[in-house]
Design a protein around this ligand. Structure first.
Ligand code: PLP
Length: 233
């Protein structure tokens, strides 16, 4: 049986190869291990190989894991990458280090108000709907600049960049196109003066395309933890 440690080693090698192919430094892309649906012990195993940053989609599931791994808390970084409802913002502001899925000002305002004073600002990315009709989550490219300016002004958030989940497609060229659109939106915001440094894009199937288009953070689940059970609902 292939272990999480072996998978991680292979993903790190893929990432290094992708960086080399893109003529980028090997340390220019951060690896976020997406541990949704995996038990806390799988996170512990990944952490034992040096992995520190973990991504979760479901708030309740994440809270249980954060609690189960409380002994490792200072060494772990928890990133929320799934949809966030306004009735869950308080626990998220209290428990997470990053949120990648902010797509409405109301959610951002609540996170800023609810971020505890003793913690550093919550690190956020705005989720952009890059594939148009295909996804209901994410701000549109038209609405992105106004949202970015408003979120950047919130005191207890640090706006770091943009995140997208493109529609799955086959082939490097087709995979690059949506990632390129996200990078162009990112560059336009930076040209306006927003201090963004994070392009959260690329998953198990398209990390090479994302790195070629400038990803600074890839979110990898299946290639590290194996295939997930299909959700019941
Ligand atoms: C599940 C998920 C991932 C990881 O996807 P894999 O294909 O398993 O690598 C990345 N980002 C988001 C937002 C996800 O929901």
């Amino acid at each position: 049986m292939v272990s999480i440690a072996q998978n991680l080693q292979q993903v790190r090698r893929r990432l290094a190869d992708a960086c080399a192919a893109a003529h980028r430094p090997a340390d220019s892309v951060m690896l976020l291990a997406v541990s949704k649906t995996c038990p806390a012990e799988a996170v512990r195993e990944a952490h034992a190989t040096g992995q520190a940053a973990f991504g979760e989609n479901y708030v309740q599931e994440a809270l249980a894991k954060i609690e189960a791994l409380i002994d490792l808390r200072p060494q772990l970084q928890w990133h929320l990458i799934g949809p966030l409802q306004s009735n869950k913002t308080r626990v998220v502001a209290e428990q997470f280090d990053w949120v990648h899925s902010v797509d409405r000002l109301k959610i951002a305002e609540r996170l800023s108000e609810q971020r505890p004073a003793g913690l550093p600002p919550l690190q956020v990315c705005l989720q952009v709907n890059i594939s148009g009709e295909a996804s209901k989550s994410g701000v549109t490219l038209d609405e992105l600049p106004a949202l970015a300016r408003a979120v950047a002004a919130l005191p207890r958030l640090a706006l770091r960049g943009l995140m997208a989940i493109p529609e799955p497609v086959d082939g490097l060229a087709a995979q690059r196109a949506p990632h390129r659109r996200l990078r162009e939106a990112f560059e336009a915001l930076r040209a306006e003066g927003l201090a963004l440094d994070t392009l959260s894009m690329g998953m198990s199937a398209d990390l090479e395309a994302a790195v070629l288009e400038g990803a600074t953070l890839v979110r990898i689940g299946t290639a590290i933890f194996g295939a997930r059970p299909r959700p019941a609902a």
